[in-house]
Design a protein around this ligand. Structure first.
Ligand code: SF4
Length: 352
């Protein structure tokens, strides 16, 4: 059986099985985002039932924040798996990362990306609620987007929104990075391609819909299959936007910067570091490059001193907006750094 049927996600392991058998892999690591870790043992058992008994299967317990975060370095230095089965994310778009986003290929380590499609659906009551919120903003044409776990129900949601008198549009994806309508926390290009009055986001949490607002400035309603409700994310998006502008303004006068350079495979962006460094040099600003794999509040505080007046984070651009927005010194995304250096409050650049 190639599908783990006991869990609330459709996880088709056939491609992983094929890759393991064809490559003769002897050691395999399964990676999952934290939200899916509770099913990791079921998935490992399921995979083990499909492959030769002598293949060692490990579950990677550390937090994996996205496909930007394969943690290839540590794995290669120790376990040396010949295959990583990365569940729940699509490959990270190469153009956002450094030139070596998939270095394992040259060393005989392969990464197989496996989707985890949620089995949850959305009721017509929730759709009606979402349509009501959107109509309150005079939205008629609505862009439909989702995280990787829910893109497969966008067609169904579109049909239901149509019945409520709206005109839904699902942006076309580009594979292997994005399915139709798929967004990730640092890439809203698909949404931006659409000429619509507002957006409906299908998925849980606030992380993705807030990013969607910051990237589009259109009304955003969240259709949440986990909580079974529709939530207007627009007011919270506006609030976060105001905080971000304040942080940019605070950094206008910063003369000395710490530029955080990401050490995770997909968060190492030398082209971006170079762009920011050139911009700083052109304006006579001073900066120090700081390499970091996991920028925690503790590491930020430990690093901070009287010299540093502002931080620019080129690793995960959501750290400034979601984790360190209330730090006592400005911690900015790359786009915000450029705004601050140029002394501009508009256009708001998010996130790059
Ligand atoms: S938002 Fe951050 S964690 Fe998520 S994919 Fe982008 S860089 Fe990775």
């Amino acid at each position: 059986m190639s599908v783990c049927s006991e869990i609330p996600y459709h996880v088709d392991l056939e491609e992983a099985r094929k890759a393991i058998v064809e490559s003769g892999a002897s050691k395999v690591v399964i990676q999952l985002p934290d939200g899916l870790k509770q099913y990791s043992i079921d998935i490992a058992e399921c995979l083990k039932s499909m492959i030769p008994e002598d293949v060692e299967v490990y579950v990677h317990a550390d937090s994996v924040y996205g496909s930007c975060d394969i943690q290839y370095g540590q794995l290669w230095a120790t376990l040396k798996p010949s295959l990583i089965v990365h569940i729940g994310h699509s490959p990270y778009p190469g153009e956002l990362a450094g030139p070596f986003v998939e270095p394992w290929e040259g060393l005989g380590v392969r990464v197989v990306y496996v989707k985890a499609l949620s089995k949850l659906t959305v009721s017509s009551d929730v759709i009606r609620e979402a349509a009501g919120i959107l109509k309150g903003y005079n939205v008629r044409t609505v862009g439909l987007v989702a995280t990787a776990q829910h893109t497969h129900i966008l067609g169904e949601v579109a049909g239901a929104l149509e019945s409520e008198g709206l005109k839904p549009l699902i942006p076309r994806g580009f594979r292997p990075y994005f399915d139709d309508g798929q967004i990730i926390g640092c890439d809203y290009r698909l949404a931006r391609l659409l000429r619509v009055d507002g957006f409906a986001y299908v998925g849980g949490g606030v992380f993705h819909p807030l990013g969607l607002y910051l990237a589009t400035f259109k009304p955003v309603v969240k259709i949440d299959p986990y909580e079974g409700k529709a939530v207007d994310m627009t007011p919270e998006g506006e609030r976060v936007y105001k905080v971000r502008l304040y942080k940019v303004m605070e950094a206008f006068k910063a003369e000395r910067w710490a530029v955080i350079v990401g050490l995770k495979t997909g968060q190492y962006r030398p082209w971006l570091v170079e762009r920011i460094a050139r911009e700083m040099e052109a304006r006579g600003k001073r900066y120090v490059l700081v390499a970091s794999e996991n920028l925690t509040l503790q590491s930020l505080m430990a690093l901070d001193n009287r010299w540093v007046q502002a931080f620019s984070v080129t690793s995960c651009p959501r750290l400034p907006t979601d984790d360190y927005w209330d730090y006592h010194k400005p911690v900015l995304t790359p786009g915000e750094t450029i705004m601050a250096l140029r002394g501009e409050l508009e256009p708001y650049r998010f996130p790059w």
